[in-house]
Ligand binder design. Sequence first.
Ligand code: FEO
Length: 394
Amino acid sequence: MAARELAKGIHWVGAIDWDRRLFDELIPLPDGTTYNSYVVRGNERTALIDSVDPSKEKVLFDNLREAGVGRIDYIITHHAEQDHSGTIPKVLEMFPEAKVVCTPKCKDQLKILLHVPDERMMTVADGATLDLGGRTLEFIHAQWVHWPETMFTYLREDRMLFSCDFLGSHLAQSDLYATDEARVYRSAKRYYAEIMMPFRTHILKHLERLAKYDVTMVCPSHGPVYQRPQLIFDAYRDWTSDTPKKEVVLAYVSMHGSTQMLADRLIDSLTKRGIAVKPFNLSRTDIGELAMELVDASTIVIGTPTVLGGAHPLAIYAAYLANALKPKTRFVSIFGSYGWGGKTVEQLAGMIGNLKVEVIEPVLVKGMPTEDDYRKIDALADAIAKKHEDAGIE
Ligand code: FEO
């Protein structure tokens, strides 16, 4: 896509990656992504804010040409991850006067990841400013969104916040802006779940600090630009709050149908008790969808058969993922079917040390469930309902 003007002298010069379907060889991207790069011109100097993934290098240079950018004085580098910094060596080559502007930690990362030479970089302190001539960039150090070296830039005169990965979304679309708010909200929530959620406590601090700034436009480094910043700030405040919703994420896998029968019963049982349940059959699940539902869930229930003496590998992956993403979940339980024994419960319970949860009595049944086993599943639903009620979760 061609360069786009956000305001007089400020252009989006990034790239849309319509076809990318996997990030970090791990995160599914059902809607592709964008690598947003921006040019800000002052009366005297020009800054490029972040670059693009190296696979889109040509698009960046075409866009810079189209925007009439003949000189770059500063490359504001919020984050050293290669989807934003990977084209910096080429930009430095093409614009020999340009200097990378970044945090001290980012400088270290750029040296080791991209071999950017010392003399082409300058570090900025938290709160430092850079005058472009009639336009002032203010740098806000923002560790752990989602690396330790990150920062944001606030463009004072235009009241624009360049937030890098923070507040972003993996969403390729021709509309530069978050016009379809419902679609962007969902995409941003998925992105938050997959990338930002483990850093919830840091994010709360960043949100508090940003509340002091008058922001009329948020320009992240992935996904659409927010002309109504309240959309994404309100969403982040909700997602990072300590209060979960009355929802159960039910992540399960079944080999011969018995665990499936228990899962079906638990879904019915929870629904009858007025508890929203989000079932994920792990053999078919998009792991990003599962992550997204973990954002609000009060309770996670993992269902698994016992195989080779322990949980099914897909259930182990789900437990590992939940533990790594650190949602605000309060309760966990386990259910499943086994043939002759094993350590399924001990194994899964031992994998969730990061979660501040209470484990509700698991239900493991031998073989195909009996009426008595179904009653135990109903009792599990009762226990979940009671825990939610006692914790004041609505
Ligand atoms: Fe979009 Fe952390 O890079």
